[in-house]
Write a protein that binds this ligand. Structure first.
Ligand code: C2E
Ligand code: CA
Ligand code: CA
Ligand code: CA
Length: 278
């Protein structure tokens, strides 16, 4: 028995060390990335399903790593959250989106509103709203045209604190979308009380909608619920015409996904925004 556990110990130990070393390395690389400003925002257009026009953009962060190229947020956001670096990077994202939007505006480009994704760690802080205001001011931009997306479970965690912050943001002209809706545990009572203007249906329901009557029913129920609460609905992850047609029949307001456009770097967005009807 002792020998077995000894062998086990030897077996697991190296991989654990490796994992610690990997984590340590990534942690250091991310700190360096923050200092060197290696993050970029890509923008995915949202399409108004009634007019066909681009009606907004979602800012999605990427890490432009010198070693690994463009890294997707799923690979580094959790680590930024663990280390607290997300506070700095999250504030940067607001400043960067506001700045890029201001630059487009200066060139006469159409400038849809931009929604920035926010982590639990950011919004839980008492100074969250002020940190957003500061970040935007620090780059000489304004909050005009800036919105945010936050997951439902996060808002339900601290309802009264969330309501207060969302109302402050609302007064600053910032719209709020509940992200990944349907994957968390919203209380309908609180949902009705939250000062929120958009519900975003999670891509997992859209993906399975055409094959599963269950998903289709969930999507149409979310749309009715949102409309009853006076909110607009955005479907994310729309990849096929069939999904689009179903959503149109259900009176979904906006859609976003590879069918319409992938997330694009700012410089590739210009021609896209200038196209009438997207
Ligand atoms: P999310 O907010 O749910 O964003 C939607 C994800 O789906 C994005 O992945 C987007 O690129 C991807 N997507 C868009 N259209 C389609 C489609 O038609 N099909 C499929 N399969 N996927 C599609 P991405 O860019 O890798 O971002 C992943 C997650 O990382 C986001 O999920 C968001 O939670 C988080 N994230 C991104 N940027 C930020 C940020 O600046 N701050 C924070 N805190 N989180 C961010
Ligand atoms: Ca989002
Ligand atoms: Ca999602
Ligand atoms: Ca999300």
């Amino acid at each position: 028995k002792a020998k077995l556990s000894g062998e086990r110990y030897l077996f697991y130990q190296p991989s654990m060390n490796e994992k610690v070393a990997d984590t340590f390395l990534l942690d250091n690389k991310l700190r360096r990335a923050v200092d060197r400003g290696e993050f970029v925002l890509h923008y995915q257009p949202k399409r108004d399903m009634t007019t066909g026009q681009v009606c907004g953009l979602e800012a999605l962060i990427r890490w432009n790593s010198p070693e690994d190229g463009l890294v997707a947020p799923g690979k580094f956001i959790p680590m930024l959250e663990e280390t607290g670096l997300i506070l700095e990077v999250g504030a940067w994202a607001f400043g960067q989106a506001a700045l890029e939007r201001q630059r487009w505006q200066a060139t006469g480009m159409p400038t849809p509103r931009i929604a920035v994704n926010v982590s639990a760690i950011q919004i839980r802080r008492a100074d969250f709203v002020q940190s957003v205001v500061n970040a935007v001011q620090a780059v000489g931009a304004s909050l005009e045209g800036i919105d945010l997306e936050v997951t439902e479970s996060l808002l339900m965690e601290d309802v009264s604190g969330s309501i207060e912050k969302l109302e402050d943001l609302r007064n600053l002209g910032v719209n709020v979308a509940i992200d990944d809706f349907g994957t968390g545990y919203s209380s309908l009572y609180y949902l009705a009380r939250l000062p929120v203007q958009f519900l975003k249906i999670d891509g997992s329901f859209i993906y399975t909608m055409t094959a599963s009557g269950h998903s289709k029913m969930i999507v149409s129920t979310i749309i009715s619920l949102a409309h009853a609460l006076g909110m607009r609905v955005i479907a994310e992850g729309v990849e096929t015409r069939e999904q689009q047609q179903l959503l149109e029949a259900m009176h979904c307001d906006e859609m976003q996904g590879y069918l319409f456009s992938r997330p694009l770097p700012a410089e590739q967005l210009a021609p896209f925004l200038l196209q009438p009807g997207g």
